[in-house]
Design a protein around this ligand. Structure first.
Ligand code: ADP
Length: 472
């Protein structure tokens, strides 16, 4: 069932229950009130008559007050009757037109015992409210007075009320149902539009399109705005993905072309001198290893994009840094670059929650760059120090630095500043470094002064040092 139909149904059902309860309450109150009025009127009249009837010498004298024929206007349906102690009628009002009010033995017995009886009886097919009370003379019951009230007018009025209530409830419900349907239709129309627009965007695969946002900032407006925000993010991710694939294929094409060219050259010239052949093969080997680095980097980033997380455990920081330092020294030696290590301000036994291989890779990326982009005879300094609850590891160099306009981009995938292109690289190193840092809840920052040098700093949350084992 559609939301529109459900809303209308609920709305009408709630209204129906409310109206039926209200109608029933009005009817019950009016019914009670009218019947209470009738009971009071017959009782009053009977008491009045019982007090005014005179009884002398076994005879009843009915005074004019009781006798006065009931006016058609005042009480058209009031009947009065006087019975003697045996229950025989001795006087009846004209309104009875010669017939008698019913008087059962039980009613008379109860009245004789001093308890007046009020009951509903049927007189000539019509309901009559009948009150039977004893007539007392000197405390002795000498007869009975009966006053009846025809209920026909009340029943007719109540019947009319019932009819009105039913008709008005049915009309109100029909109007509410129709109105509710139109209202739900109007309220849900913008949702229909959003569905159409979203479907069109999905079918046309046009992530640059946006949903129309209604002018009022209601729930539907929020829905459209939220959907548009989601489209913004989807589009950004999609564009980034496309760029990534394009950049990756571009980067892979260069080494592939070189390899292909060299291999074809070797095949075409089987008799080439050994020295040239070795040079061509060296080229192939270099490009193959560059491709391998690129593919490894791409794989790492693809895994990161897929939401893969590193498995971390408590590890000692010093040994990781020292390993990276030795690696950097080996790399720097041919370039006559000095690598220095300063760990004196690192807390002894400093530990971090880390994937040791990946954390080492992060430091190695920074050290590789510091060596790669350094000047001949330059200096690379690897420093680690503990500051309260954090460890700060810095890699600084005396290289050519990074231009201010390049600085915001160096962590982007495939970004290489123009002067870096002379060096071997993939442009993925710092992107991978940033991902590894974020997996370690660490921050990585860079400061650089052109022609003076750069400093990359990793801020790692510290882990409590390992407790000393008791000496047994
Ligand atoms: P790659 O080194 O493979 O080019 P990276 O992602 O490691 O890629 O670095 C991105 C760019 O940042 C480099 O191309 C270079 O322009 C710049 N860069 C990184 N480290 C340094 C550094 N220590 N000194 C100068 N420039 C740097």
């Amino acid at each position: 069932m559609s939301l529109r139909a459900r809303l209308t149904l609920w709305f009408t059902a709630v209204l129906a229950i409310a109206m039926i309860l209200f109608g029933a309450l009005v009817y019950a109150l009016l019914n009670g009130e009218l019947h209470a009025d009738v009971d009071a009127s017959v009782e009053n009249k009977a008491h009045d008559a019982a007090l005014s009837v005179r009884y002398e010498n076994q005879q009843f004298f009915v005074p004019t007050r009781v006798r006065v024929p009931e006016s058609q206007f005042r009480a058209p349906t009031l009947y009065t009757e006087i019975r003697d102690i045996h229950g025989d009628v001795v006087w009846r009002s004209d309104t009875l037109q010669g017939s008698d009010l019913p008087a059962s033995a039980a009613t008379l017995a109860s009245a004789k015992a001093g308890t007046p009886v009020i009951e509903t009886v049927f007189q000539a097919g019509q309901a009559v409210r009948l009150y039977t009370a004893p007539i007392l003379v000197n405390g002795r019951v000498v007869g009975y007075v009966q006053v009846g009230r025809n209920l026909a007018d009340i029943d007719a009025a109540l019947k009319q009320l019932r009819l009105w209530l039913v008709v008005s409830i049915v009309i109100a419900l029909a109007a509410a149902g129709g109105g509710g349907w139109l209202l739900a239709h109007a309220a849900l129309r913008p949702i229909d539009q959003i569905i159409q627009a979203a479907r069109a965007i999905g079918q046309a695969q046009r992530l640059d399109r946006r949903l129309p946002t209604p002018p009022v900032a209601d729930e539907i407006g929020h829905l459209a705005a939220t959907f548009n925000e989601m489209l913004d993010r989807l589009e950004a991710a999609f564009v980034a993905q496309q760029r990534f694939v394009a950049d990756a294929s571009h980067e892979l094409r260069t080494p592939l072309t070189t390899i292909q060219g060299n291999v074809e050259f070797l095949l075409r010239n089987p008799d080439m001198p050994a020295a040239e052949r070795i040079e061509a093969l060296n080229d192939v080997a270099d490009e193959a290893s560059r491709m391998a680095r690129l593919v490894n980097g791409l794989l790492a980033l693809a895994r990161a994009d897929a939401g893969r997380h590193l498995e971390r455990r408590p590890v000692e920081l010093r040994s990781i840094i020292e390993n990276c330092f030795h690696h950097a020294q080996a790399l720097a030696r041919p370039r006559t670059i000095t690598v220095e290590l300063a760990l004196n301000r690192l807390e002894p036994g400093a530990r971090v929650m880390a994937d040791p291989d990946r954390l080492g890779e992060l430091f190695t990326i920074l050290l590789d760059n510091a060596v790669k982009y350094n000047r001949p005879n330059g200096l690379v300094r690897l420093t680690a120090r503990t500051e309260g609850r954090i460890h700060r590891i810095s890699v600084s160099d005396t290289g050519r630095g990074i231009a201010p306009e390049d600085l915001p981009h160096v962590f982007e995938r495939f970004y290489r500043s123009p002067h870096a292109r002379s060096e071997d690289g993939t442009g993925l190193g710092l992107a991978i470094a940033r991902w590894i840092a974020s997996e370690h809840n660490a921050r990585i920052t860079v400061e650089s002064v052109p022609d003076v040098g750069s400093t990359f700093t990793v801020t790692l949350p510290a882990l409590e040092p390992a407790p000393l084992l008791p000496v047994s």
